[in-house]
Design a protein around this ligand. Sequence first.
Ligand code: PXP
Length: 259
Amino acid sequence: MLLGVNIDHIAVLREARKINDPDPLDAVSLVKRAGADQITIHLREDRRHINDYDATRIIENSQLPVNLECAIEKEIIEKVIELKPHRATIVPEKREEVTTEGGLVVAKNFQTLKDITKRLQTNGIEVSLFIDPSQKAIKLSSEIGADWIELHTGLYSNIYAMLFSNLTYTKHSIKELELPRDRLKELLEKSLKELVDSTAFANSLGLKVAAGHGLNYQNVKEICKINGIIELNIGQCIVARSVFTGFENAVTEMLRLIK
Ligand code: PXP
């Protein structure tokens, strides 16, 4: 299993103070030294964490491939073409959200996504579409000509958290998942089956499959068992753990679980 380490949250910490450290660029060599496979960053339209200067320096200096997440916005796509990362992962983006909630609505944006995909690929950038595990979205992603899909594991991760971390007693409970344990177990099985079936279907269409969002040191094991998922992009939990263990150790611990 390949690991892309999402380092956005290092910039989140910097922006909490609007100063110059911690610098996400400093994480790049540590990710490589720990043995992970890719750097993942999200250049949001509002530049709330990673900014153009970060993205430029990270892409110029990284010895690992850089996977740049970006929205379907003309200004951002032009920037991506200028920056020339190894891969662009197109994600939905709403200004008010805390993080990327839900996958792309592929049907609604079909032609735009097809045009953007072609344009990025012509410029030597491989394209991944961040989608929910749905057969329809996968079929359309294949028709669009994407190289990869990244399956959104947010629902699985939320159910897992409600089942195993007693979130009802903490600040950030997920109201719609405040359900009896038996029901949560059923939902967890269902969400895993959707990921398994989606991966098999995507592979049958020749798409490479990554997964990510909300994965952590506890819930990642089940995802690693899914045949056909070849890469995970994981960020928040690694940066969170690094506060206590150091960044390189936090990456190494994740690699130990998934390799
Ligand atoms: N993959 C994609 C497409 C994402 O948007 C994100 C969140 O930025 C991640 C992976 C990483 O998610 P997390 O920070 O929850 O590990």
